[in-house]
Write a protein that binds this ligand. Structure first.
Ligand code: SF4
Ligand code: SF4
Length: 376
């Protein structure tokens, strides 16, 4: 830990000095990615200024519904989560894996070079840190590490911000992933607003976090400020929009593989794949091989895929999951049941994105509850 920054210490950075944090990260060679308003949603994008943060905006979320609304203060992080997750920067939607060039005597294969910058992620929620840990396990935690993910992840700097405004579809408390931030960050902020007072209580989680904070005006937080930060997170924990009863959930789903509820949900599901694309833990991909018209260059490109497409489970002769019922069941039982045997944790962190961004408002907490209640 950098000198002067004990792990249990708390420091205070004034709102007026937050730009100095972005400047310090930029000077250290990071490209800062943070929340910003675009297309009537809060998305993650490259930012250079605090002025680009969603000051005074919040998100109202329900099943199949997302709206931005004005807050009555100028909070910079006064929203839950939007349609983007950090996986679009760590596990990009499209990535070239290799290409081959025709030569006089055959062809030459070249491994693609990933020229992504060193990212500093600003505004990472507790549930999102857990989602990163889940993708770490999948993509670099076994014999076959994904080099693109590993390089981006190892270079990334994480500025977490504890959630004070959970959305109507959030259930991180059920999944024990938030709203408090516990580990996996370089710096962790809790936003405090009280009338004209606007500041951040800061924790330091790594040496490099301490090196950055040392460049930002700060002082030790008072006992009152520490208590206010803890109270803000405690209030958020009491305002979860959803709940998922996780006790015995894995066995419940696995013993109900032929439950009529799967047919019922399939009658509503459009198989659009939105839920997999917005999910911060879904990791499945396909590869496309293409050749240019001149026949001189071939490329293999990886892109996000979804277990909701017919092609995803295509084997010789047809799709292994030809019905909507089998595809929804595959997705939900993988998230909440078989993921545990495969990777040791649930595949769901309770962020609520799949509920909000499902065009017909299908809610996996309601589906799990319906199956549980049918056994009573
Ligand atoms: S399954 Fe839904 S609630 Fe769970 S992590 Fe994925 S998007 Fe979030
Ligand atoms: S559950 Fe909703 S978001 Fe997912 S594939 Fe079906 S309709 Fe699309």
């Amino acid at each position: 830990m950098a000198a002067g920054f004990a792990p249990d210490g708390r420091w205070l950075v004034e709102r007026a000095d937050l730009q100095r944090l972005l400047d310090a990260l930029t000077t250290a060679g990071y490209s800062v990615v943070g929340p910003t308003v675009r297309d009537a949603a809060i998305v993650y994008d490259l930012i250079r200024s605090v002025e680009e943060l969603p000051a005074g905006w919040t998100d109202r979320q329900e099943a199949g519904r997302y709206r931005l609304e004005r807050r009555d203060d100028k909070a910079l992080f006064g929203y839950a989560v939007g349609p983007h997750s950090w996986k679009r920067f760590l596990h990009p939607p499209v990535a070239e894996l290799w290409r081959a060039q025709r030569t006089a005597d055959g062809f030459r294969a070249e491994t693609a070079v990933d020229d992504a910058p060193r990212y500093a992620f600003l505004g990472v929620r507790g549930c999102e840190l857990h989602a990163m840990a889940i993708q770490d396990r999948v993509l670099i935690g076994d014999r076959h590490a994904d080099p693109i993910y590993r390089a981006r992840r190892e270079r990334a700097f994480i500025v977490a911000v504890e959630c004070g405004t959970p959305g109507g579809t959030c259930f991180c408390v059920s999944m024990q992933t938030g709203p408090a931030v516990q580990s996996g960050f370089d710096l962790a902020l809790t936003e405090l607003i009280d009338g004209p007072r606007h500041a951040f209580v800061v924790r330091v989680g790594s040496d490099r976090g301490g090196e950055i904070l040392a460049q930002v005006p700060h002082r030790e937080a008072s006992a009152v400020e520490r208590a206010a930060a803890e109270a803000s997170v405690a209030r958020a924990a009491e305002r979860m929009g959803r709940e998922l009863q996780t006790g015995g959930l894995r066995d419940l789903l696995l013993r109900n593989f032929e439950h009529p509820r799967w047919e019922e949900v399939a009658s509503r599901c459009l198989s659009c794949g939105n839920c997999t694309l917005v999910c911060p833990t879904c990791f499945c991909t396909s590869v496309d091989d293409t050749t240019d018209l001149a026949g001189t260059t071939a490329r293999r490109v990886r892109r996000w895929d979804s277990c909701f497409t017919m092609d995803f489970s295509y084997l010789h002769g047809g799709s292994a999951r030809a019905s909507g019922k089998s595809r929804y069941r595959q997705w939900m039982t993988h998230k909440l049941a078989t993921w545990i045997g495969q990777f040791g944790t649930s595949g769901c962190v309770g962020c609520g994105r799949c509920i909000t961004w499902c065009p017909v408002g299908i809610d996996l907490t309601a589906e799990a509850r319906a199956i549980r209640e049918s056994e009573r």
